[in-house]
Design a protein around this ligand. Structure first.
Ligand SMILES: Cc1ncc(COP(=O)(O)O)c(C=O)c1O
Length: 371
């Protein structure tokens, strides 16, 4: 299989650890090991005494138990741990798809959600969101399903727009998948970061047997460095195939990461609360910013630490992002990294130093003429 470059990751690889102000990160402020160990009494010693051997390939029973608390109707046998959500996506695509199959993917999207399928030799239909409000048209989904369609891929809360859909529409997507006997890969890595709790969607794996909910420690929990992700599905046949595939990628996770992830998930309300408080406080700066800044506009996100504003002047966002790096040391992510034209950019506001990064960005804008 030949994979095209993962544009977003290649862009980050050039700049992420060089540029002083990261204003496009997709994750929340990271917690330290010390902060995680302080979540429970008496765990520091246990942590230091962990033996650094291989671990249970499915994920430790303790980790899987902790993951099940995020779902309603999922047992620890329905969980398979991976090295990040990324490995889960890679395994799903490889196990489910054959050359010639067809996949429908919400778009714009995190690139691996469609790129791996294309590399396998599948036809991908991009189910493009309406850029005026980031809504999805169900008729487009229905009209594109054909005899070769194997799966639908969705992502709510959504990267890069921070958008959600109504529970009603979400259930309609699940019903369409069910009526057509399709897998539904539901990337839920930003779940729990809804600004309004009542807008939170139920996990897809609780609603449909052929749905796979994808989770990770990186986004909602601020623990990207653990590299722990998982799939949750009631489809045991699929889970067994995913587990067999994993034997050829990572075999099992690091015990250090699994231990810390378990501890974090046993206390996840505290982590999510801290992350949401950073996001909400940063959003209070972004609302007036978009009101007063003349040549950009946004659809205000509904969840998570990211948004996808648009340059209202006909100016290349790629050029704009390069200027922002060179003149202000502020990293933004141009929409070309999502293969989504050259007019939008991703903004990230899950980090504590976001107010400082925004001030730098504002100073850059005051001295910039978009012509
Ligand atoms: C929507 C989405 N899914 C999956 C991933 C992969 O997560 P991880 O890098 O933690 O494996 C990302 C990372 O940015 C993402 O944004």
């Amino acid at each position: 299989m030949k994979l095209n470059d993962f544009l977003l990751e290649r862009y980050f690889a050039q700049y992420e650890f060089e540029i002083p102000y990261l204003l496009c990160a997709s994750d929340c402020e990271s917690f330290s090991i010390q902060e995680i160990l302080q979540l429970e009494d008496g765990v520091e010693n246990k942590f230091k005494n962990l033996k650094l051997g291989y671990t249970d390939s499915q994920g430790s029973p303790e980790l899987r138990d902790a993951i099940t608390t995020l779902y309603k109707d999922i047992s620890n046998q329905d969980i398979l741990a991976f090295a990040g959500a990324e490995e889960g996506i890679f395994a799903f695509m490889n196990v489910v798809l054959n050359p010639g199959d067809h996949l429908i993917v919400q778009f714009p999207a995190y690139q691996s959600l469609f790129e791996i399928a294309e590399a396998i030799g599948c036809k991908v239909t991009k189910w493009t969101m309406n850029s005026d409000n980031w809504n999805l048209d169900l008729d487009i989904l229905i009209n594109n399903i054909n005899a070769k369609t194997k799966a639908i891929v969705i992502n709510f809360p959504h990267n890069p727009t921070g958008s959600l859909i109504s529970q009603k529409k979400y259930e309609a997507i699940i019903e369409i998948a069910q009526d057509n006997n399709l897998y539904l890969l539901s990337d839920e890595v930003y779940r729990l970061l809804e600004y309004n709790r009542s807008k939170r969607l139920q996990p897809a794996c609780d609603l449909y047997d052929k749905a796979i909910s994808l989770g990770v420690m990186s986004k909602s929990f601020g623990l990207a460095g653990l590299r722990i992700g998982w799939t949750a599905t009631k489809d045991q046949n699929l889970l067994n195939k995913l587990a067999s595939f994993k034997d050829y990628t990572t075999i099992c996770n690091s015990i250090v990461s699994e231990y810390l992830a378990t501890l974090a998930l046993e206390n996840y309300h505290k982590l999510v609360e801290r992350n949401l408080s950073i996001i909400i406080s940063n959003l209070k700066l972004l609302d007036p910013f978009f009101k007063k800044t003349p040549f950009m506009d946004w659809v205000r996100p509904q969840a998570g630490p990211i948004a996808f504003p648009k340059l209202t002047k006909d100016f290349s966002s790629e050029k704009f992002c390069t200027q922002s790096i060179e003149k202000a040391g502020v990293l933004l992510l141009p929409s070309s990294a999502f293969l989504y034209g050259d007019n939008h950019f991703r903004l990230g506001f899950g980090r504590k130093n976001m107010p400082e990064a925004l001030s730098q960005f504002e100073a850059f804008l005051e001295n910039t003429n978009l012509v």
